[in-house]
Design a protein around this ligand. Structure first.
Ligand SMILES: Nc1nc2c(c(=O)[nH]1)N=C([C@H](O)[C@H](O)COP(=O)(O)OP(=O)(O)OP(=O)(O)O)CN2
Length: 277
């Protein structure tokens, strides 16, 4: 007998891609459990399935930086903050933070299906009675229009969003004169894709080559250095409300049109902001 729970939760994370560098991702999680029925006629109460799997993901790789430790140029070493991850290809990056902000994977490239297989194996090993196998599937949101992946960290967040390199893959909707602006959406999403969004106050060093940001949060001290050209600097914390506001202001100033932005943060949620020239 099999039991399924579609759209059980979402994973929002960043990963190191040997071709593109730091990349924000959002994955939908679907689950299938195999096993035997108990006297109650159930394989496992749906009320137990979701919290069990969600807890495993929330305390594991969700909101972490996924590091392919066998990729060329990637090194991982202990440091005062916890772990130090350095990369060299396609660009040099250094991230320091508490250990729980990283997921180290013994691979050269992070493949979504391999991550799903690894999670399935761990959950199967920890399965409750009556369950013989757990199979998770991870999928990207199907987005027909503009979409972009970004990474950031929110030092004031009480939960795991305080981690300096976690990310999302998001839709972008732009409205001017009551009409969706698909070409502007495409241009801005392309510019934002694979960028690091940073709050100006957190920058401790910046030159033509690199930008370094650093902050103290509840979970520890975080530092990130990467090429300045891979960043977008905001004067505010990089919440989705502020991202929407920042984009609306940029659009209004550039196009001299009142602009409304629906900025998403991963699946199905986000913020709306409007700005006039
Ligand atoms: N009003 C806002 N709330 C939160 C923001 C924000 O920008 N504005 N941002 C975050 C974090 O960036 C976080 O990454 C969001 O992740 P999310 O998956 O939504 O958070 P949860 O893990 O709590 O939600 P799930 O239901 O587990 O997916 C947080 N809040």
């Amino acid at each position: 007998m099999s039991l399924f729970v579609n759209q059980l939760t979402h994973i929002d994370a960043s990963l190191w891609c040997p071709e593109k560098g730091l990349k924000g991702v959002s994955w939908q999680v679907d689950a299938v459990l195999e096993g035997e029925l108990g006297k109650d006629g159930m394989l496992l109460d749906f009320g137990e399935v979701k919290p069990w799997i969600k807890h495993h993901l929330d305390s594991g790789l969700d909101h972490t930086l996924l590091v392919p430790v066998e990729a060329s140029g990637v090194t991982v070493s202990p440091c005062e903050e916890g772990l130090c991850v350095r990369t060299s290809t396609p660009y040099a990056m250094e991230v320091k933070g508490p250990k729980q902000a990283f997921t180290l994977l013994p691979v050269a490239t992070i493949e979504r299906d391999a991550v799903a297989a690894s999670l399935s194996q761990t959950l199967t090993e920890q399965r409750p009675a009556k369950v013989t196998r757990v199979q998770l599937s991870l999928s990207d949101e199907v987005i027909e229009g503009a979409a972009y992946g970004y990474s950031h960290g929110l030092k004031l967040h009480k939960g795991n969003c305080q981690r300096i390199a976690h990310g999302h893959r998001s839709r972008l909707h732009i409205w001017q004169r009551g009409t969706r602006q698909h070409e502007l959406e495409r241009q801005w999403a392309a510019w934002l894709d694979n960028r690091y969004l940073v709050e100006e106050n957190d920058i401790i060093a910046r030159d033509k080559q690199a930008l370094t940001c650093r902050y103290q949060a509840d979970q520890g001290t975080f530092t990130l250095t990467l090429p300045d050209e891979r960043c977008a600097v905001l004067t505010t914390p990089t919440t989705v409300e502020n991202i929407a506001h920042w984009l609306a202001e940029q659009l209004a100033a550039q196009s001299l049109e009142t602009s409304t932005v629906h900025a998403f943060e991963g699946f199905n949620k986000g913020a709306i902001a409007k700005a006039s020239p």
